[in-house]
Design a protein around this ligand. Structure first.
Ligand code: BDP
Length: 721
């Protein structure tokens, strides 16, 4: 640690020790952008470094940057700071682009190669005055730099000697809203859709701007407004006008809008007899529709498509393939610069084929057949947003087609709104995973950011957890998932722990006595959920349809691969799915080094054991325990972890305002109960196959199995109705 940082650390310690801890009540609306005053000892250096704000630029994005800096600096330093156009004092913060500011141009900052979105933040001296310069090639980069500068203060970093040069690694950083036009959100646990379609375009809820601003603070630059299971009506003139009003609200924050396009729209809206992508009339309909959209929304981003998946229409309905469908839409958008994100979440109606193999089988033969403005959007695992899955084998297998990563921020399979599960660790695990596609080090992050195979456009998509709840995300800690997603979309190699630290400091307090334990809770939380829900590589044991709570016994859903029994295959001999050559051979879809590892049960990590192997109840695990004992131990551990997280949270009461403390505390109590429910129900059920006693000290389930099997939740949230 150098002297400057040491001094800063001492200052921090002193600052927080003298800090009065009675935090004012907050409801979470302000997210991580609270700009509350920094502790006294910081004020002197922070005030010296931020005496005034100077810009030469007048665009709406530059104005947003100015507003943000003025509000942020005023809040953080407790001194009114406004934007002016000349440097008068030392400590000025000068922000803008070389094109608009001669002063910035004269500084010759290293902006080349940073694109539109990158920025430089640099401490400089000009005519004897000390300045901080936030500069970029484009206004949007300035806005991102402004948020970064404020984050330095929010997380109590030094403001002297700054020399930051930063650009995103991914071009398109999107939130996908699974919002229906009636404002019901598929898999939404934070209220209703914030798009108030009925009142648009005449009334623009201020929340649209607040939403855009929060996204911009993370570098998110696009929003798909409607559900992947799409309604064609979004493409009608009525809705285009409404969407244009949203685009207008988002524009100062660099957010473009996108639609999910319903493939059968030419039939439903256009009165055509077919939606065959090779039919010239169909192509002409989409071309005219794209032209109309761009007339209404000139910076429209493009289409997301869920085709031939879960009942959605698609090119296969007309004997065509995914590339035929994607390319036809891509051609309609290309003259306007739009892109198509074509989802690979498909599982053909063939119950005999292992479901986790199907996307690969459909898409790999099409590698290289897509237009330049198409990306294939792949969920992180081959199944469906489970608490843990191996990576999708597509990431290493499609070398001539850019692939977008689709993560799910809303916690459909991870406890809805009330469970505290920080997803940063899940996503980091995926992004750091090695595909071995071009030898070791071929990580998923590199496949996404284009550095592995060189493909463009580069895209990250996160299924949003945003709704009308006052706290946006259904719980305070769910905000951390929105935050972490944005940070990882900007830089897929960022660290989950570092992100959690920033979020905790900005959302609650930078006091290290809070941040340390809070981050510890977050970092342990996802593994806890895996343990109390689906340990050792199990998956999809959730209640059918709504996915709330455990139902591993379900075997009567419409199709074989909708049943939990399909995913655990428990029988008298053991549990797990055989995906080796002796089974479905799904393992063969991975690159040889990975396939060889998973094929060998001894080299398969415990975390994925039952995903790849059907394992006997008495199998000797690495720990020396039998599989049955190990399984129960994991369930016990998951429950114990939540109790520990809850106890740790209660110790943090002095640092948190009453409202956010209480809500989190009560939610943790719910999580404790539900973790126990998961454990008890799963153990009671699996024991009917294992027929073995519980390991010593492990409590018997509270109720008989029939009790858990009898629970019904007809109105659980998030189900498309
Ligand atoms: C599943 C969800 C379903 C979505 C589907 C998808 O249960 O609501 O429509 O994913 O991603 O996990 O298309």
């Amino acid at each position: 640690m150098n002297m400057r940082r040491l001094l800063h650390a001492l200052l921090a310690l002193f600052g927080f020790c003298t800090l009065a801890t009675a935090a004012a009540a907050e409801d979470g609306y302000d997210l991580w952008l609270r700009y509350v005053p920094v502790e006294k000892p910081y004020l002197v250096p922070y005030r010296a470094a931020t005496s005034e704000l100077v810009t030469a630029d007048a665009s709406s994005v530059a104005a947003a940057a100015g507003r943000e800096l003025a509000a942020g600096l005023t809040g953080l330093t407790g001194r009114k700071i406004v934007v002016s156009d000349t440097i008068r004092k030392s400590g000025a913060v000068l922000f803008g682009t070389p094109a608009h500011s001669k002063t910035i141009a004269a500084l010759r900052l290293p902006l080349e190669g940073l694109g539109r979105d990158g920025y430089v933040i640099k401490s400089a001296t000009l005519r004897g005055r000390k300045l901080t310069v936030i500069a970029a090639n484009d206004d949007i980069g300035v806005l991102y730099g402004a948020f970064r500068f404020l984050k330095l203060m929010q997380t109590r970093q030094p403001l002297t000697g700054l020399d930051i040069r930063e650009a995103p690694k991914v071009q398109y950083r999107l939130l996908d809203h699974w919002d229906n036009l009636d404002r019901n959100i598929e898999r939404g646990y934070a209220g209703f859709s914030i798009w108030d379609w009925q009142k648009l375009p005449d009334y623009k809820d201020p929340r649209y701007t607040a939403y855009a601003r929060a996204n911009a603070s993370l570098g998110i630059n696009g929003a798909v407004l409607n559900n992947v299971s799409a309604q064609a009506a979004i493409l009608t003139p009525l809705y285009l006008r409404k969407a244009a009003a949203l685009a207008e609200a988002f524009r100062p924050y660099g957010i473009k809008i996108y639609f999910t396009a319903r493939f059968s729209a030419p039939i439903e809206l256009g009165g055509l007899k077919t939606a065959d992508p090779l039919d010239p009339q169909v192509a002409a309909w989409w071309k005219a529709k794209a032209d109309e959209i761009y007339r209404t929304i000139p910076d429209f981003g493009g289409f997301l498509v869920k085709a031939n998946s879960e009942g959605q229409p698609g090119p296969q309905d007309f004997g065509r393939n995914h590339a035929d469908g994607a390319n036809m839409l891509a051609d309609a958008l290309a003259p306007h610069g739009g892109i198509v994100m074509w989802r690979a979440f498909v599982y053909a109606n063939d119950p005999k084929m292992d479901r986790v193999k199907q996307a690969y089988n459909e898409f790999v033969p099409l590698d290289g057949k897509f237009r330049d403005n198409v990306v294939v959007q792949v969920k992180n695992g081959p199944l469906d947003f489970q608490p843990r899955e191996p990576i999708s084998p597509l990431f290493g297998a499609m070398k001539k087609t850019p692939l977008a990563m689709e993560f799910q921020i809303t916690k459909e399979y991870l406890g809805f709104a009330t469970h505290l599960v920080y997803l940063g660790t899940l996503w980091q695990e995926v992004l750091h995973a090695d595909t071995f596609a071009n030898g070791p080090g071929s990580t998923v992050a590199k496949a996404i950011d284009g550095s592995l195979f060189g493909g463009k456009p580069t895209v990250m998509a996160g299924v949003a957890d945003v709704g009308t709840d006052r706290n946006w995300s259904g719980s305070i800690f769910n905000q951390a998932n929105w935050y972490a997603y944005g940070r990882l979309a900007w830089n897929p190699e960022d660290s989950a722990r570092a992100i959690a630290k920033d979020w905790a400091a900005m959302t609650f307090t930078a006091d290290p006595r809070f941040v340390g334990p809070a981050v510890d809770i977050m970092m342990r939380s996802r593994e806890a959920a895996v343990d109390y829900m689906t340990p050792l590589g199990l998956a999809h044991l959730m209640g059918t349809g709504h996915h709330y709570g455990p139902a591993p016994w379900v075997d009567d859903a419409g199709r074989a691969d909708w049943n939990p029994v399909y995913y655990h295959r428990a029988d008298d001999a053991g549990i797990g799915v055989e995906r080796t050559q002796a089974g479905s051979d799904a393992i063969a879809q991975y690159a040889p080094p990975l396939a060889a590892q998973y094929e060998d049960i001894a080299r398969t990590p415990d975390t994925l054991l039952l995903w790849f192997h059907h394992v006997s109840w008495d199998y000797k695990m690495k720990s020396g325990k039998t599989l049955w004992d190990e399984l129960v131990t994991h369930y016990d551990h998951g429950v114990a972890e939540v109790a520990r997280m809850h106890a740790e949270w209660q110790k943090l009461k002095p640092y948190v305002d009453a409202e956010r403390f209480e809500m989190t505390d009560r939610y943790l109590a719910i999580q404790e109960n539900e973790a126990k429910w998961w454990r008890d129900a799963c153990i009671a059920y699996f024991q009917t196959f294992s027929k073995r006693p519980l390991p010593a000290g492990s409590p018997v389930p509270e109720h008989p199995l029939s009790y858990y099997q009898g629970l019904k939740f007809p109105y659980a949230p998030g189900v498309a109705r």
